[in-house]
Design a protein around this ligand. Structure first.
Ligand code: HEC
Length: 212
């Protein structure tokens, strides 16, 4: 009987003590056994790092010189500067595992229609909806010499990092998706080369033309 009273009195006392802590509303309370709340391992999305230079918080950056599991193809060893652009132009080529097959070009078209059409236009002529009100400078047409001659590595670089008014698509498109979009950009760039090219992606005839 006395024990029960002691326990109840103890609980009441603890509740009173716990609720009589600092006032003001900003005190979150004491943490007992904090090990139970905070994981020992790094949790990129929970443990925020303060970037004093930029004065904002962001998720933890990966440890230098490491690559997250399953993300090897994301590794892109070129800096986002003119030297990086020049080197990527020379060195970066499409991996053999993503050839310009009809299937990959169609997937590239699907991704293009979601991500790029608004600026580049349905046929890559630089006449997307966004440029129609004259406030946005039109991107170069894919059938211009400038883009026709542009190396795939340069396209990959610009899609990954963005270029001037064009945003970066590295965070939105996986490396394989970027290459598929490039196959479609190349398709759009070269279809005007020949009147005999079949424009309808459903027909496979153009692939004979496009084969390298
Ligand atoms: C916000 C509008 C916009 C969107 C969306 C956009 N682009 Fe662009 N893109 C531009 C502009 C503007 C340029 C010209 C940049 C320059 O040279 O100053 C450009 C240039 C390019 C180039 C030439 C890059 C080079 O190195 O000269 C390629 C290739 C390209 N875009 C592909 C894409 C693809 C693929 C997508 C979708 C994944 C896309 N763009 C989405 C506006 C856009």
């Amino acid at each position: 009987m006395y024990n029960k009273i002691k326990i109840v009195a103890g609980i009441i006392a603890l509740t009173v003590i716990a609720s009589c802590t600092q006032s003001g509303g900003n005190f979150a309370g004491y943490e007992y056994a904090p090990d139970m709340y905070y994981a020992k391992g790094p949790e990129a999305y929970r443990m925020l790092e303060k970037d004093t230079a930029k004065n904002f918080m962001h998720m933890w950056t990966p440890v230098d010189n490491t690559i997250a599991r399953g993300k090897l193809d994301y590794y892109f060893p070129y800096n986002n500067d003119t030297t990086g652009y020049r080197m990527a132009t020379k060195e970066v080529t499409c991996p053999e595992s993503i050839p310009s097959t009809l299937e990959n070009i169609q997937e590239g078209k699907r991704l293009f229609d979601i991500n790029c059409i608004v600026c580049h236009g349905p046929k890559g002529q630089g006449d997307g909806n966004i440029v129609k009100d004259d406030k946005f400078p039109p991107p170069p047409s894919y059938t211009s010499d400038q883009i026709k001659k542009l190396a795939d590595g340069a396209k990959y670089f610009s899609i990954t990092y963005g270029k001037n008014n064009m945003g970066a698509y590295g965070p939105n498109l996986s490396p394989a998706e970027r290459w598929k979009v490039i196959h479609y950009v190349n398709y759009l760039a070269h279809e005007a080369d020949s009147n005999s090219v079949k424009l309808d992606l459903k027909e496979e005839g153009y692939l004979d033309f496009y084969k390298k």
